[in-house]
Design a protein around this ligand. Structure first.
Ligand SMILES: *[C@@H]1O[C@H](CO)[C@@H](O)[C@H](O)[C@H]1NC(C)=O
Ligand SMILES: *[C@@H]1O[C@H](CO)[C@@H](O)[C@H](O)[C@H]1NC(C)=O
Ligand SMILES: *[C@@H]1O[C@H](CO)[C@@H](O)[C@H](O)[C@H]1NC(C)=O
Ligand SMILES: *[C@@H]1O[C@H](CO)[C@@H](O)[C@H](O)[C@H]1NC(C)=O
Ligand SMILES: *[C@@H]1O[C@H](CO)[C@@H](O)[C@H](O)[C@H]1NC(C)=O
Ligand SMILES: *[C@@H]1O[C@H](CO)[C@@H](O)[C@H](O)[C@H]1NC(C)=O
Ligand SMILES: [Zn+2]
Length: 491
């Protein structure tokens, strides 16, 4: 089958500037190095006075830093070296860490449970699994037996026990707000802006970034956003072995639990690349799969990407227009935007007044889905849609910024997504409900307002092609040592 999406065709460029250590993330550049860190003085302007300070050791210290280059200076915490020993290497495809009996046992239990379909092929990757092989996709069966999103935009699994992916915000005139690829080290100006505007978002965090920038990750929670998993190393998950997919999800859940103190119940596949094998592993880990139905393509903005600022603005404008012309009057949207770079964050800040004028509500996905209890833990709790839109944007039971203790090797309490009966999560209970309501569970790929005019296939591709199938370039990120990878795509 010839797919109407872009496939990797050429180069992978690794720019290894910025960071020295290729094997240890910036968070570990100075393990056990409080002494060293204390000598590592940084300047910071406060009311016009120049102040010197040590590298941050608390969330509130880090959050008050206003200079992006200071924010992105590596720092070590007391816990850093201990964390480094029990996690996969930052930026590399995760697999079960040797000596991790808990992880190995959980993996075996999942295999033994039989939830993982045996007839879904591992897809062939290219360029270190930062792309999908064209031949693989050409030969993929038209009937889409794997519900492979990358090929067809499929969101309704073909295999049993798997929930429909969340791809839209059901509430009318509503923009489901989420930002992928964080925590970005230099996100303070952006998070300050979200605070000022009383905006809360769903943040899809990359495990490697959490381990590299633990204090920035804590801020996501303490600011009242809700946190979901975006894999350990941001590769095409359908190309990874079953133990790698397990590890990409499991270790990201665990680092979020260790560093932020909560266990997410939601994840988003990088590039949207998911099929029923991957969904099954996520389901077993208690994670609901979330994709999107409108794409700003902001990841591709210059200078990291290839699209002009004007082009990304026009992508935003189309989505803004959809809010104005009545096409979201029955059903809202879920928009793909990124915390990836200064430019993607600036873009949202610049577009926000127009977005706000066009949409009645801007809410995190938790509010879209009434997921008032988005974590395995009872606390914190978040507002449902009605409460959120009546002004109660603050989550309840959030930790104080500096009260979060990093725990190495927290125990996760894993309940399969299909068994998460209790209300308030992202669980299949709501999927079943929307199925019976027939609002978003058609077995054909979703045809949303943003779908390409001549196709019922995937049009919204994270870090991939958008509505127009012209050759573009893909920016992928490998966080180890802040490597930036560019994969070149063509039709
Ligand atoms: C509304 O605007 C969107 C985005 O420009 C467009 O795709 C859609 O067709 C428009 N719908 C109507 C009813 O005009
Ligand atoms: C964050 O944003 C800065 C500025 O655009 C960029 O240099 C950096 O690579 C980004 N990524 C992370 C993980 O912080
Ligand atoms: C982007 O960088 C500029 C220049 O350093 C800075 O003024 C601006 O606040 C940054 N934007 C964000 C969202 O961090
Ligand atoms: C959320 O709750 C409201 C009632 O407050 C209901 O109308 C809406 O359908 C619910 N949304 C979902 C996705 O269950
Ligand atoms: C684990 O979670 C389940 C529900 O998801 C709960 O019933 C059980 O008490 C939890 N176990 C622990 C040890 O917290
Ligand atoms: C949608 O996909 C189906 C199955 O691949 C195909 O038969 C049909 O022609 C497609 N429709 C459009 C409008 O492309
Ligand atoms: Zn991503």
């Amino acid at each position: 089958m010839r797919l109407p999406i872009a496939f990797v065709s050429s180069t992978l460029v690794l720019l290894s500037a910025l960071r020295v250590s290729a094997h240890i993330g910036p968070g570990f550049a100075m393990p056990e190095s409080r002494d060293v860190v204390h000598h590592h003085l940084r300047s910071r302007g406060t009311n016009g006075r120049l102040m010197l300070r040590a590298a941050p050791s608390s969330e509130s210290q880090e959050s008050s830093e206003q200079d992006p280059s200071q924010e992105c200076k590596p720092y070590g915490l007391k816990s850093s070296s201990a964390l480094g020993k029990v996690y996969p290497k930052a930026g590399q495809i995760a697999d079960i860490v040797s000596g991790d009996d808990t992880g190995a046992t959980l993996f075996k239990e999942i295999l033994d449970s039989g939830i993982i379909p045996g007839n879904v092929q591992v897809k062939k990757g290219t360029q270190g699994n930062m792309g999908i092989d064209q031949g693989q996709s050409d030969s993929y069966d038209d009937s889409d037996p794997d519900c492979w999103w990358t090929a067809t935009g499929c969101t309704s699994p073909k295999h049993k026990q798997l929930s429909h992916d969340l791809d839209s915000c059901p509430e009318p005139n509503t923009w489901g707000l989420s930002f992928d690829d964080g925590p970005n080290c230099s996100h303070n100006a952006f998070y300050d802006f979200l605070q000022k505007e009383k905006l809360r978002a769903t943040l899809f965090y990359i495990g490697t970034n959490v381990i590299d920038w633990p204090l920035q990750a804590q801020r996501g929670l303490t600011d009242g956003h809700d946190i979901c998993v975006h894999t350990w190393s941001h590769h095409y998950t359908t190309t990874l072995s079953t133990s790698q997919v397990f590890s990409e999800l499991y270790y990201t859940m665990r680092i979020i639990k260790d560093v932020i103190g909560v266990t997410p119940r939601c994840w988003r596949p990088p590039y949207g690349d998911v099929d029923d094998r991957v969904r099954a592993i996520a389901t077993a880990l208690g994670l609901r799969t979330i994709v999107w139905d409108h794409d700003t393509d902001d990841w591709n903005i210059v200078p990291g990407g290839k699209q002009s600022t004007a082009k990304i603005e026009s992508n935003y404008q189309k989505i803004i227009d959809a809010g104005k012309n009545g096409s979201t009057a029955d059903k809202g949207i879920m928009v793909l935007t990124h915390e990836l770079t200064n430019q993607t964050m600036d873009m949202f800040m610049n577009e926000y007044s127009k977005v706000k004028a066009a949409y009645k509500n801007l809410v995190p996905i938790s509010a879209c889905m009434n997921a008032s209890s988005p974590y395995v833990e009872d606390q914190p709790t978040y507002s449902n849609f009605a409460d959120f839109t009546s002004g109660k944007v603050d989550a309840q039971g959030l930790p104080q910024p500096d009260a979060i203790k990093i725990n190495v090797n927290s125990k996760l309490n894993i309940t399969s997504e299909k068994d998460q009966k209790s209300a308030g999560g992202f669980s299949s209970a709501s999927a079943k409900k929307s199925k019976t309501q027939g609002d978003s569970s058609s077995s054909s790929p979703d045809s949303q307002a943003s779908a390409a005019p001549n196709s019922n296939k995937s049009s919204d591709k994270e870090d991939g092609n958008s509505a127009s199938f012209t050759p573009i370039h893909v920016l992928s990120i490998s966080m180890t040592a802040a490597l930036v990878s560019f994969a070149s795509w063509a039709l």
